[in-house]
Design a protein around this ligand. Structure first.
Ligand code: SF4
Ligand code: SF4
Length: 336
């Protein structure tokens, strides 16, 4: 495993980090085994969030007695001081530790968010107090909107930036990443596989590993994924022109309007599992699994027919997807 410096924190992190969203889906025992295998493979950067239900707790259990050179990172949507202070305590308890290396302001997406965080009695005050008390090491920020994050970086000296970057999404390369580099911030890459959209996930990941970010953190919820992704970090090679062409062909087919499975649109008041519908639809459209997708769709309740068109999901989607329109297309193709 290659280790890289996480910007001005000076922390040494594995080029391949562990994204903590998917382990919500596996049992506690499975999560522990996955985390152990990740450690065996040299992964030392583990990222979670208060919003990822039991992810922090599962990581805490998997890492118990094996902390060594592990770098723990987590984040919360808390915007005010009181909620942030409470969330930091919860994260410490979940991770079974008295120190979290990196605590991030999660999914900062509007100027109002930013003002609350940085303003009087904002979340930042709790983060700085926790830092002074030694409960956390560094303060980072995450989000999907480069314009807002550029403002954030200009307003406060965050130590790290976590932002989506993959073969399809390179908007951050224009201004945001150059600014982060100028400020010597650690750059953490989320959504490296565009939510699993690429058939050639190995190429998509190798492409990013070759770009020298601090760490790239795909979500992993099987031992096979940990082994496969780790194998790509041995002797990182740039893509050949043929491999690049292959990814370009896929990128062209995917376009921009597709679900990255970030789950920010949840919960739907009608209980619709929105990303699952889009996953099934992608199997239908791209992998020729028509009968299988229709059968699976038919077994899910509630389905798209229960959508009451409230539009809440669309206000939460960081990619501004026209979710309602897309769901109608899913139902048109998969509904019997
Ligand atoms: S528009 Fe439909 S899918 Fe979206 S949150 Fe409302 S009910 Fe759920
Ligand atoms: S619809 Fe949008 S918010 Fe929901 S999982 Fe997909 S990309 Fe994320």
């Amino acid at each position: 495993m290659e280790y890289r410096t996480l910007g001005k924190t000076g922390l040494q992190v594995s080029a391949l980090g562990f994204g903590g969203i998917p382990i919500q889906r596996v049992t506690e025992q499975e999560a522990i085994e996955i985390v152990h295998r990740a450690l065996d493979k040299g992964i030392n950067f583990f990222d979670s969030a208060r919003g990822y239900t039991d992810s922090e707790e599962k990581l805490g259990k998997g890492l118990k007695g094996k902390r060594g050179n592990v770098i723990l990172a987590t984040k919360t949507m808390a915007r005010d001081e009181k909620t942030m202070a409470r969330d930091i305590e919860t994260s410490l308890k979940n991770f079974q530790t008295d120190h979290i290396h990196l605590y991030q302001c999660h999914n900062v997406k509007t100027e109002a968010d930013l003002e609350k965080i940085i303003g009087p009695h904002g979340a930042l005050e709790a983060l700085v107090k926790a830092q002074e008390a030694g409960k956390i090491g560094y303060i980072g920020i995450t989000g999907h909107n480069d314009g807002i994050l550029i403002k954030a970086l200009e307003m406060y000296d965050f130590s790290t930036l976590q932002f989506p970057r993959n073969f399809l999404e390179d908007t951050a390369e224009k201004e945001l990443f150059p600014l982060a580099r100028k400020k010597e911030m650690g750059i953490i890459i989320m959504k490296p596989l565009a939510g699993g959209a690429f058939k050639r996930a190995d190429l998509a990941l190798r492409y990013l590993l070759g770009l020298n970010y601090s760490t790239v953190i795909p979500g992993m919820d099987t031992i096979e994924q940990v082994e496969h992704n780790s194998s790509l970090t041995v002797n990182i090679q740039p893509l050949s022109s043929t491999e690049r062409e292959e990814l370009l062909r896929e990128a062209k087919i995917l376009g921009n309007q597709f679900c990255r499975r970030c789950e920010y649109c949840k919960p739907c008041p009608q209980g619709l599992d929105i990303p699952t519908f889009f996953i099934l639809h992608s199997y239908f459209q791209r992998y020729g699994l028509g009968d299988w997708s229709k059968e699976r769709y038919g077994s899910i309740q509630p389905n798209v027919e229960s959508c009451m068109d409230c539009g809440i999901c669309e206000t939460r989607c960081p990619y501004q997807l026209p979710i309602r329109e897309m769901l109608k297309q899913v139902h048109g193709d998969l509904g019997r």
